[in-house]
Design a protein around this ligand. Structure first.
Ligand SMILES: Cc1cc2nc3c(=O)[nH]c(=O)nc-3n(C[C@H](O)[C@H](O)[C@H](O)COP(=O)(O)O)c2cc1C
Length: 192
């Protein structure tokens, strides 16, 4: 333990950042600087994690891994919705500038695994917020593809040891969607 008080952060700036972050669905072609992405990952791993398991694993995808993932997804879409839909999806995915996969180390203990998954989710949010502070958007996705063991093979992870928390796309936003939340009173119980 060191200081008796938390490190001073500008509280208003933090809450403004949290509220302003949006899931981005359309990116420009400009690739975010690698150094900025590494800084955001470095911040991501300061997430809380019970028993200090640091259960997150971050896989940044290069061109070959991206191509394998896109091929696999195209196969999925073709089987479900046909050739035209598959070609359309391939083109959209090929335009995504940045690809990260966050995985969680498996545990034999279901309570430990649940807590480790929670920690990894906090890490994803840290990553998204750190990027957003640098003007970079992201999208956390968990489509059926990400639950298929072939997805982990395509990114050179071991499905026996890790499971996918999210495929996170990142880049500069071409558009920032609007979002709302229910009023706080709808989700708050103030128990005496
Ligand atoms: C665990 C998780 C999985 C998600 N998976 C998807 C997804 O597969 N596709 C998608 O479009 N958005 C996905 N999202 C993003 C949500 O749709 C998004 O957070 C929600 O619409 C609220 O928008 P906001 O992030 O801009 O506040 C996911 C979010 C979380 C937390």
């Amino acid at each position: 333990m060191s200081a008796a008080e938390p490190a001073g952060a500008d509280a208003a700036a933090v809450t403004t950042l949290i509220r302003a972050r949006r899931t981005v669905h359309e990116f420009t072609a400009r690739r975010p600087p690698h150094a900025l992405v590494l800084e955001a990952l470095d911040a991501a791993r300061w997430a809380p994690n019970h028993h200090r398991t640091e259960p997150w694993r971050f896989t940044l995808l290069g061109p070959q891994a991206i191509a394998r993932v896109i091929d696999l997804n195209t196969e999925f879409v073709r089987a479900k919705n046909g050739d035209a839909a598959a070609a359309n999806k391939r083109a959209r995915w090929q335009a995504v500038p940045g690809w990260l996969v966050v995985t969680c180390v498996r545990s034999d203990d279901p309570v430990r695994e649940r807590e480790d998954y929670a920690a990894c989710c906090c890490a994803v949010q840290n990553f998204a917020l750190a990027l957003w502070a640098a003007g970079i958007g992201s999208k956390w996705s968990t489509g059926a593809l990400t639950r298929d063991p072939r997805f982990l093979t395509a990114i050179e992870a071991d499905a026996a040891r890790e499971f996918c928390v999210g495929l996170v796309w990142y880049g500069y936003a071409a558009a920032i969607p609007a979002q709302t939340r229910k009023p706080l009173a709808d989700v708050l119980r103030d128990v005496d």
